[in-house]
Design a binder for this molecule. Structure first.
Ligand SMILES: Cc1ncc(COP(=O)(O)O)c(C=O)c1O
Length: 376
């Protein structure tokens, strides 16, 4: 692969990706200091972060805990799976994309029995089938689903699924990696026991850790379930309870940035305010892409405003590598596709970007297609 020396202070490219995302200058600046991980100032900041996370999930009035886990988002998924499912537990995983598949893969590594309920990547799950699966197998203890399946950008109906899961008295686990902080939902209203997201998604922080919002009562019942030492979720909650500290070295600088990012989330009007900007970004993108001649992979009623997949145009001159590089050279970073049976690319509407950035991207796309002599 061709390598290029990175020039210090080079202008940042704009990331139209599902994360890491474009972040504000103030978020980046806030980490330019050192904090002791056992120092009271850091401990107070972590407590404030945890409180703000509960507010973003609509559950600040009790019953839930925010737990921070080092590593990327997948480490937090692994934490929930490896430390909250009972030894003889069975996990029903609702799958309509690569991230649903990943949950099943993680569970299998720990020898947890998985019942997969698989749907095409452009379809939301069938609620009646979820109900039948739970009826058919009483041994299922937990149900997992992805909120925004970032593979395509489809939004799964977590509230309706939660209503069924709770009727059957099972634990409900939602991977809201790419939606939490940008798409409003209330964890208690959805019946969620465990929700996972990560620092570098819609809260607009930088990478370094994942977050788990957990129903306290449910988590306290998992004593002895952990098949992991470092990702033991209950152990980390009990340590926060005891002295507000992490069990192991925390990513102090990422947490400084995240604290600032949460303050900026509040200043933007909370999750609702952020959702309004992301929706405006998405609407600008879709209108412009349709005008060029692209169409979305997901039907509009199932498509979220987080990330959108576009099938490659059916034109002999279109080459994704060339398209990607031409946009990159104009400082716009889009994202390759992940759909298993269709050639697509993706454009994210999240991060510190505005409709004006979308207009600029659309102009660059039109120019690039002109250069490639692709007429749609
Ligand atoms: C829905 C979903 N789950 C899991 C992940 C994995 O997160 P990470 O790459 O931070 O481990 C992602 C990443 O984009 C995601 O969108």
């Amino acid at each position: 692969m061709e390598t290029k020396t990175t020039i210090p202070n080079w202008k940042d490219k704009i990331l139209f990706t599902p994360g890491p995302l474009t972040t504000s200058r103030t978020v980046k600046q806030s980490l330019l200091r050192d904090l002791g991980s056992r120092d009271y100032e850091f401990i107070y900041m972590v407590a404030d972060i945890r409180q703000r996370l509960l507010e973003a999930g609509g559950v600040a009035d009790g019953g839930y805990e925010a737990i921070i886990m080092q590593g990327s988002g997948t480490f937090s998924l692994e934490s929930v799976i490896s430390s909250t499912i009972p030894p003889e537990g069975k996990l029903l995983v609702i799958i309509n994309g690569a991230y649903g598949q990943r949950i099943a893969q993680i569970a299998k590594v720990y020898g947890i029995e998985v019942i997969p309920l698989i749907y095409p990547e452009n379809r939301t799950p069938d609620l009646a089938e979820i109900e039948s699966a739970l009826k058919a197998d009483q041994a299922i203890t937990s149900v997992a689903v992805i909120h925004c399946e970032t593979t395509t950008g489809i939004i799964n109906p977590i509230k309706e699924i939660g209503e069924i899961v709770k009727r059957f008295g099972k634990d409900y686990f939602v991977d809201a990696m790419s939606s939490f902080g940008g798409v409003p939902f209330n964890l208690a209203e959805c019946g969620i026991d465990y929700m996972v997201s990560s620092a570098n998604k819609c809260v607009e922080g930088i990478p370094g850790f994942g977050i788990i919002l957990a129903k306290r009562d449910t988590l306290l019942k998992t004593e002895g379930y952990a098949r992991t030492f470092s990702l033991d979720l209950l152990a980390q909650l009990l340590r926060f309870d005891k002295d507000g500290q992490f069990r192991f070295t925390p990513p102090t600088h990422s947490l400084l940035a995240y604290h600032q990012a949460l303050i900026e989330l509040e200043l933007e009007g909370g999750v609702e305010g952020r959702a309004a900007r992301y929706r405006a970004n998405y609407e600008t993108l879709i209108a412009g892409m349709r005008a060029i001649g692209f169409k979305e992979y997901i039907e509009p009623e199932d498509q979220g405003f987080i990330i959108t997949s576009f099938p490659y145009p059916d034109h002999p001159n279109f080459d994704f590598e060339e398209f990607y590089r031409a946009l990159n050279e104009r400082d716009y970073v889009i994202y390759p596709g992940k759909v298993s049976d269709a050639d697509c690319f993706r454009i994210g509407s999240i991060g510190r970007i505005l409709p004006a950035d979308m207009h600029a991207l659309l102009a660059a796309i039109r120019e690039t297609l002109g250069e490639m002599e692709v007429e749609l």
